[in-house]
Design a protein around this ligand. Structure first.
Ligand SMILES: NC(=O)c1ccc[n+]([C@@H]2O[C@H](COP(=O)([O-])OP(=O)(O)OC[C@H]3O[C@@H](n4cnc5c(N)ncnc54)[C@H](OP(=O)(O)O)[C@@H]3O)[C@@H](O)[C@H]2O)c1
Length: 265
């Protein structure tokens, strides 16, 4: 099987999204990086974002070196709503005044016993995983609706619909994201803005690097048999924001190697 890096470094350029602009949150690494690189390879002018300036710049540079158009913006999405709104305006300005595609990917996922979750972790989970997507959609979707077109993809999780020990609040935030998706599909869909969720399974990223053994054990008995590659999530996002998904509204697309649909063990 080809590796994530192998696939990302040789993305065929296609014009599926040419003329469109995209903001991908949490794209300085992991799943978001793959999404930004795939959307840019398909012709979308893309804002890459994260808190780490060096990694954010490096992803934008890699897109540029591959022939795509990208801008690097740093922001802490766990910050107060006013700062997240300012970030939305900054992204819009960088993209010539128009965001056509918003991918709410940035997220945090601490894994500890319920009784050990700290106040800071609770705050970060709420602010980053739920409040920031809400603020960004509130800032950008009405303008998409005015133009009569746009697409939003929220990144959920396979954990949103099963009970997993030591992860109670995190999956609850992702269940909220799925519900926000359905509500926004109802609110903005009639105005040409499609909103959907991609729910990744156990995926090998920077954030899960220290749990590689757990990831391998979790996916061994799935149909795919191995962890998801970030690029697999990115292909699904590209589909959902493309015209090929014109009739897909409010859906959750599982890209988890069969983890949530099967119990092979
Ligand atoms: N990996 C999995 O197994 C898995 C499974 C299901 C769902 N997901 C979801 O997929 C998304 C991406 O996960 P991942 O594994 O790719 O994560 P990751 O490797 O930890 O990367 C997270 C990304 O989000 C950014 N980010 C985190 N907190 C931020 C904040 N407060 N402000 C701005 N940016 C922030 C990080 O940027 P900086 O470091 O530059 O701040 C980074 O680019 C998350 O929503 C996660 O819940 C992941």
């Amino acid at each position: 099987m080809r590796t994530n890096e192998d696939l990302l470094s040789a993305l065929p350029a296609d014009g599926t999204l040419s003329g469109r602009t995209a903001l991908v949150t949490g794209s300085s690494g992991g799943i978001g990086e793959a999404v930004a690189r795939v959307l840019a390879a398909s012709g979308a002018e893309t804002v890459v974002s994260g808190r780490d300036r060096g990694r954010t710049r490096a992803v934008a540079d890699a897109i540029g070196a591959a022939g795509g158009r990208a801008h690097a913006l740093t922001a802490d999405l766990g910050a107060e709503p006013a700062a997240v709104r300012a970030f939305a305006r900054e992204a819009e300005d960088a993209l010539g005044g128009r965001v056509d595609i918003l991918v709410n990917n940035a997220g945090v996922y601490p894994g500890v016993a319920t009784a050990a979750v700290t106040d800071d972790e609770m705050q970060a989970l709420w602010a980053t995983n739920i409040r920031a997507p809400h603020v960004l959609v509130a800032a950008l979707a009405p303008r998409m609706a005015e133009r009569g077109s746009g697409a939003v993809v929220n990144v959920g999780s396979w954990m949103a619909r099963v009970g997993v020990p030591y992860k109670a609040l995190y999956p609850a935030t992702k269940a909220a994201v799925e519900q926000l998706t359905r509500a926004w599909a109802a609110e903005y869909g009639p105005h040409g803005v499609r909103v959907n969720t991609v729910a990744p399974g156990a995926t090998a990223t920077l954030g899960t690097a220290s749990s590689a053994d757990t990831l391998a054990a979790m996916t061994k008995a799935t149909p795919a048999g191995v962890p998801v590659r970030p690029v697999d999530i990115a292909y699904a996002v590209r589909y959902l924001v493309s015209d090929e998904a014109a009739f897909v509204h409010g859906a959750t697309l599982d890209v988890d190697g069969g983890l949530s649909a099967t119990r092979l063990r």
